[in-house]
Design a protein around this ligand. Structure first.
Ligand SMILES: Cc1cc2nc3c(=O)[nH]c(=O)nc-3n(C[C@H](O)[C@H](O)[C@H](O)COP(=O)(O)OP(=O)(O)OC[C@H]3O[C@@H](n4cnc5c(N)ncnc54)[C@H](O)[C@@H]3O)c2cc1C
Length: 450
């Protein structure tokens, strides 16, 4: 059997490795349009600030593929799939490549919001960039070096936008993040934690503009500024757009494989065409797309088994897990963080918001099951949360973990439960009065075993 994989980042590479682990006598060919073997995109912003080199980013060198009899073909762009003839065509090559099983690990590309001049100025290299690949990072780095740049604007206050802003700031540029939504990390944080994060980011010397829809990129020869919908203008020498991703679907669509936002797959990661599978950022499963490495890793195991006809496990989706990678800023968001957007009842939130110490911990439960968490400023609870996600948990264990207490009024027995109140007892004003008997704060004592 001959398996052909298109795409050689985390999904393509781990799918190949998983297939090889299950079967050692099949031919596996991997094609990628990029010039590098599998490298991590996670540290691309640090390639711009020159804290890492290309070599640091490459995870598996070419020998790794050779040792596993995986035929890696770099600089090969696939421009056609013929699912009837079971062949693919490489741009510039006359001979097609045949396959028995084809796996699409095509990934995704950065979104460019509908901003006047954005696409044109990016294509004409006038100071507008997106960041997805090593080549993008090198291009940005060279532009910053060669063009006497002082100011940078990052459009997009999501994880990648903030990580990029942090590295751009480290290049000694006056850095501003412009976010469309009224808070940073709109998909990973609630309002309260979003506000705490904004303060921390600003303390690092990065300006944050929220609720700001960029309408136009200004400048003729090169970027000079941006204009917001309200008419406000900001000067800048470079614009970096990090505004989410779109799965790569064109190749599949042209081959009449069913697509929507992504390439549509079933529980076994089969596409609508026989013997063609898809995995990673390019897929859409039950109306959802992921764009994170844990999903690619999980899917790459399932697709490998599926290709070999060993349909033991079906895909059920991956719980979203996101960590902000800025040194000194601990922030992880996992699963459901805003139950008001979910259906059905039985939701409960345990929360510790310690604004003075810039620490915010929120656990979301449905019944007794842990469904999500935001952990900011403290990572003591991380391993517990990772291990117990989607499992039944003991509320008392959670209270201990977050160091949340119940205080009882000695006068009337009224309880002050920190987990429910959102303000720690110590942070209550000194003139706080017991809601039960109007007694003073001193009358409250920490409940035993709470
Ligand atoms: C700056 C940055 C930081 C990130 N940080 C994190 C993080 O901290 N945590 C996390 O979970 N995720 C992170 N991500 C997302 C993560 O990198 C992606 O989820 C992951 O790379 C997806 O892997 P993939 O193999 O599915 O697709 P991709 O990585 O997109 O790889 C697909 C490959 O297929 C190639 N390809 C596409 N079409 C063709 C064709 N026609 N012919 C040949 N080759 C083709 C592409 O060029 C590409 O090399 C980050 C992404 C970026 C850009």
């Amino acid at each position: 059997m001959k398996v052909v994989i298109i795409g050689n980042n985390v999904s393509g590479t781990f799918t190949a490795q998983n297939i090889r682990a299950l079967k050692d006598d099949i031919e596996i060919d991997i094609f990628t349009q990029e010039s590098y073997p599998y490298y991590t995109r996670v540290n691309l912003p640090e390639l711009i600030s020159e804290k890492v080199t290309i070599d640091d980013l490459v995870v598996f060198k070419e020998d790794w593929y050779k040792n596993r009899q995986l035929n890696l073909h770099l600089n090969k762009k696939v421009n056609k799939i013929d699912s009837n003839a079971k062949i693919i065509q490489i741009e510039g090559d006359s001979m097609p490549i045949d396959y028995d099983k084809l796996i699409l690990a095509l990934g995704s590309v950065p979104n460019i919001p509908p901003i006047k001049n954005a696409v044109e100025m990016k294509d004409q290299k006038k100071g507008v960039f997106t960041l997805r690949s090593i080549d993008d990072a090198l291009e940005i780095r060279d532009y910053l070096k060669k063009s006497a740049i002082e100011k940078a604007i990052i459009i997009g206050g999501g994880l990648l936008g903030l990580e990029l802003a942090n590295q751009i700031k480290d290049c000694n540029l006056n850095t501003t993040v412009v976010e469309f939504f009224p808070r940073l990390l709109p998909r990973q944080l609630d309002e309260e934690c979003g506000a705490m994060l904004k303060e921390e980011i600003e303390n690092r010397g990065i300006k944050v503009v929220l609720d700001a829809a960029t309408e136009e990129i200004l400048g003729n020869g090169r970027v000079t500024g941006i204009k917001l919908k309200g008419g406000e203008q900001y000067d800048t020498d470079v614009v970096l757009i990090q505004a989410g991703i779109s799965p790569t679907i064109r190749l599949a669509k042209e081959a009449n494989i069913q697509t929507n936002r992504g390439i549509i797959v079933n529980d076994f990661l089969e596409t609508s065409e026989k013997d063609i599978y898809a995995v990673g950022d390019c897929i859409e499963y039950k109306n959802q797309i992921w764009g994170i490495i844990p999903a690619c890793m999980e899917q790459s195991k399932i697709v490998a088994a599926s290709v070999l006809g060993l349909k033991k496990v079906d895909y059920k989706g991956t719980t979203p897990k996101n960590t902000l990678k800025i040194v000194g800023l601990e922030l992880t968001s996992i699963g459901i963080i805003d139950p008001t957007k979910e259906e059905g009842g039985g939701w409960e939130i345990l929360k510790k918001a310690d604004k003075k110490d810039c620490c915010y911990q929120k656990l979301v439960l449905k019944g007794s099951r842990l469904k999500g968490a935001i952990l900011f400023g403290e990572n003591k609870a991380i391993s517990y949360v990772y291990n117990k996600m989607e499992e039944d948990v003991d509320r008392e264990d959670l209270r201990k973990l977050l160091e949340l207490y119940i205080y009882v009024c000695n006068n009337c027995g009224k309880e002050y439960d920190e987990a429910k109140m959102g303000i720690l007892f110590k942070d209550l004003p000194e003139d706080f009065k017991c809601p039960g008997c109007n007694g003073p704060k001193e009358k409250f004592k920490k409940k035993d075993n709470s």
